[in-house]
Write a protein that binds this ligand. Structure first.
Ligand code: TYD
Ligand code: MG
Length: 453
């Protein structure tokens, strides 16, 4: 039987043989996506590596699977994955164009090829020659790395079955298409079909498979959110285009912790892992200048010290501006309101700019106290002691609340040569580090008295 496709409304599930702009069933606009119907899945597809033929089994009888993770030869990348790539896992690496996705995966592919056997690098965006030019810059030697400039899904699957590589890279999933579907390459139906088939292939051959995915301007993965549901792990590549460091972050991981992150620096010879990101983010710190505070945040299991800078200046126009980069704008508004009501620091007629130096994004509440301190320091035009770090959540009543993993943060600060840390009183008793002073505070005004004496 020939395979057939139909268009399915993603809102109500109605099926049509043609694409329609509006669903006649539920009146949703632009909700039809092409899907393949029949023939029944082949044996290969049915044997996903997951489905069992014996029916349900008792939990106690299921043996622990030995997951020998494949090291990608780049420790920062291994760390984000939870200690290497799991055999048969499908990993999506998303990021804006030009951020370094192809570079990172080519480097990883070469390292794996040199140590663990052949690697298949399928590229639908660049020719073999272009990849070779990049490879020469990265110093890829004689490793068994197979380049395959192909966009046809079926041919990629054949090549995978024939070569049985140790690792597969598909750059990018948006360029892969199946002639069995009528939709254009890059459409949701095509992307989903490609991801699903590659998932089957990864699971049945037990080969870790990496998909490169482009993200749109607003930060979503181009095409479907559904891609995130299909794959096992979603990594995002972040970073400012004009700064050299890049961050890879896990936002979903079936085999490890999420929000784990790896830090890289883009150099002439490709991406280099940064072992101590705190040093990088504090490198150009304007120690001793008013409006600067160092806060200890934790990303995944990793403590990172970053500098938060605030500038408060008299507003020349009618409405005062609040500009935040690296932190949430609404959170800043809330913290300024707390400063005004609970500490009596009036900034309502001033422009307030807050920036996390180095282009980091900090979204944890533990950053609150550092932000508040930086703003207050700028308003009073008095610097915060350069060897003091700070963390803590600020509540609406002006109280400083305890946060998680306090010991980890304090230890990082001590390691980097800081001598004092202002911490929430709730966290204080568990912190005891030699030659390091921790100062417990209960409220914002108390913290400011300590920090901006
Ligand atoms: P690339 O991996 O092509 O990005 P993506 O696949 O995410 O679109 O990265 C391209 C950028 O990286 C490009 O602007 C050049 C820069 N680059 C370096 O700075 N050093 C290098 O060694 C390489 C290979 C690229
Ligand atoms: Mg690329």
């Amino acid at each position: 039987m020939k395979s057939r496709t139909c268009f399915v409304c993603q809102t109500c599930g109605a099926q049509e043989s043609k694409w329609l702009g509006r669903c006649p069933g539920c009146d949703a606009w632009n909700s039809f996506v092409e899907e393949r119907v029949g023939p029944a899945p082949s044996d290969d597809e049915a044997r996903l590596g997951l489905t069992s033929t014996e029916g349900a089994r008792l939990y106690a009888d299921v043996e622990m699977a030995q997951m020998d993770r494949l090291s990608l030869g780049i420790n920062e990348l291994d760390r984000v994955l939870g200690g290497g790539a799991v055999p048969g896992s499908l990993v999506l690496l998303g990021g804006e164009p030009g951020i370094g996705k192809s570079t990172l995966l080519l480097q990883a592919a070469a390292r794996v090829a040199a140590v663990s056997g052949p690697v298949l690098y399928c590229s639908g965006e660049e020719s073999e020659h272009q990849i070779k030019v990049r490879g020469e810059r990265l110093g890829i030697g004689q490793a068994p790395l197979f380049l395959f400039a192909e966009t046809c899904l079926e041919r990629i699957l054949e090549e995978i079955a024939r070569r049985q590589p140790a690792l597969i890279v598909i750059d990018s999933v948006q360029t892969v298409f199946s002639p069995k579907l009528q939709s254009a390459p890059g459409s949701i139906g095509q992307i989903r079909e490609a991801a699903t088939q590659l998932l089957f292939s990864a699971k049945s051959h037990h080969i870790p498979t990496f998909l490169v995915g482009h993200v749109t301007k607003d930060g979503a993965l181009a095409g479907p959110k559904t891609l995130e549901h299909i794959v096992d792990t979603v990594l995002y590549f972040e970073g400012e285009r004009y700064q050299s460091h890049r961050i890879v972050r896990a936002v979903k991981n079936r085999y490890g912790a999420v929000s784990e992150l790896g830090v890289f620096e883009m150099t002439d010879g490709g991406l280099q892992p940064v072992a101590n990101p705190s040093q990088l983010f504090l490198a150009e710190r304007s120690a001793g200048a008013p409006g600067s505070a160092v806060l200890c945040c934790v990303e995944g299991s990793r403590p990172i010290l970053v500098e938060v800078q605030a500038l408060v200046s008299t507003s020349t126009y009618g409405t005062a501006r609040r500009t935040a980069s690296g932190i949430d704008q609404h959170r800043l508004g809330l913290l300024l309101a707390v400063l005004e009501k609970r500490v009596g620091l009036n900034v309502s007629g001033d422009d307030v700019f807050v920036n996390i130096a180095g282009g980091m994004n900090v979204n944890e509440p533990a950053a609150d106290l550092g932000i508040v301190a930086a703003v207050a320091s700028s308003v009073r035009n008095r610097p915060i002691d350069a060897s003091t770090a700070v963390f803590g959540e600020v509540g609406l009543a002006g109280e400083v609340r305890g946060i998680s993993q306090a010991a980890l943060r304090v230890r990082e600060a001590a390691q980097l040569g800081f001598r004092r840390c202002v911490v929430p009183a709730a966290n204080h008793e568990k912190l005891d580090i030699e030659d390091f002073e921790t100062i417990p505070v209960r409220a914002v005004d108390e913290a400011l008295d300590v920090l901006i004496a």
